[in-house]
Design a binder for this molecule. Structure first.
Ligand code: TRP
Length: 340
């Protein structure tokens, strides 16, 4: 599916999610669906990034700890299969923290301050003088995540491109120090649908802006989210011609409705006039109810047995431990620090 002309070794895929809330439809179209396909073709690891989640949540850590299993249940409910994908927990992989320490010596503070994603996050969050060192340096920890698995293909949204750039800078420094290629550079796999707008039509769907529909949303929550969805503010009467651009109902129909030609007909009708927002919302609601019902049910089933869920995560983490320790050993070797 993905062209891979130049690499001799097959690609190794790694993605991660900060465990700061349950996953939503934006994650579903942006990355989860893709991961269910990638697991059939590649060695794939998914990292529940709880340590990274703490970089801006250390004062309310339960926001992270209470969501770890929710996120794992979300993965399983959409069809990520633990026999094909290694699902693991960042905080239980000490090699990642150790690699972060070694890499920290190779990255300047000014380079970290130039990272455009971190820079804008710092501004939005308004840290001022209380910026945690861990937040400024999380791109280094992300470089540790990626290199610890020798990952080469990283499915991410475009906001993560600066992290991959910084990762490759660290890789090149390490390889120069070693005088041979020890770590592999990575490249992004950008998903076309990585920017689903939220129900308000203003921002990207996100748990913090309250414009998200979670994968575990109840029937009622889905209904009211669709009802309040942003459409065309100038489409006042049913017979008025309406606008598709920026109309979230149509953006979602494009993203989720299985029948594209039906959606094309609906759009034409809406633009001509004579199709009310109530009707288009009804169609979208039915489509989302159908999509999310089985996911919600599976998710609840997984969450009803936390022991089994924890076990799946622990098993994946054990597999990941072996891989990441090996990479840590080769990096320490470069610094001459495998004394005993
Ligand atoms: N920073 C990523 C996000 O916010 C999460 C993440 C952590 C990640 N470690 C990773 C993504 C490693 C890809 C690879 O979405």
């Amino acid at each position: 599916m993905i062209n891979n002309h130049c690499a001799v070794q097959p690609d190794v895929v790694l993605t991660g999610d900060r465990a700061t809330g349950p996953l939503h439809l934006g994650h579903y179209v942006g990355s989860l669906k893709l991961r269910t396909r990638l697991q059939d073709e590649y060695e794939q690891t998914i990292l529940v990034a709880d340590m990274q989640g703490l970089t801006d949540n250390a004062n309310h850590p339960s926001k992270v700890s209470s969501n770890i299993l929710n996120v794992v249940a979300d993965y399983l409910a959409v069809g990520i299969d633990p026999s094909k994908t290694t699902i693991c927990l960042q905080s239980q992989l000490p090699a990642l923290a150790e690699l972060t320490m070694y890499y920290s010596n190779l990255v300047t503070i000014s380079r970290l301050e130039r990272n455009p994603t971190v820079k804008s996050e710092i501004q939005t969050k308004g840290f001022g003088r209380s910026l945690p060192a861990g937040f400024l340096t999380y791109p280094i920890s992300q470089a540790a995540d990626i290199t610890a698995f020798n990952a080469t293909l990283i499915p991410v949204g475009d906001d993560q491109l600066p992290m991959l750039e910084q990762t490759n800078e660290i890789v090149r420094k390490i390889n120069t120090l070693a005088g041979k290629p020890v770590l592999s550079e990575c490249r992004p796999l950008l998903s076309h649908a990585s920017r689903l707008p939220g129900t308000d039509g203003k921002n990207k769907m996100s748990k913090t802006t309250g414009n998200a529909i979670n994968l575990g949303a109840s029937e009622k929550e889905i209904r009211s989210a669709v009802k309040s969805m942003f459409t065309d503010p100038n489409h006042l009467r049913v017979e008025d011609p309406g606008t598709i651009e920026g109309n979230v109902v149509f953006t979602y129909l494009d993203a989720f409705h299985p029948d594209a030609s039906y959606v094309a007909d609906l759009k034409a009708h809406y633009q001509r006039g004579g199709l009310g927002d109530g009707t288009t919302k009804k169609i979208l609601e039915e489509c989302l109810q159908e999509l999310l019902r089985p996911i919600r049910e599976k998710r609840a089933e997984y969450l009803s047995d936390k022991g089994q869920l924890t076990d799946i995560l622990a098993k994946g983490t054990q597999v990941a431990r072996v891989k990441t320790e090996a990479v840590l050993f080769s990096v320490k070797d470069i610094f001459g620090l495998n004394l005993f």
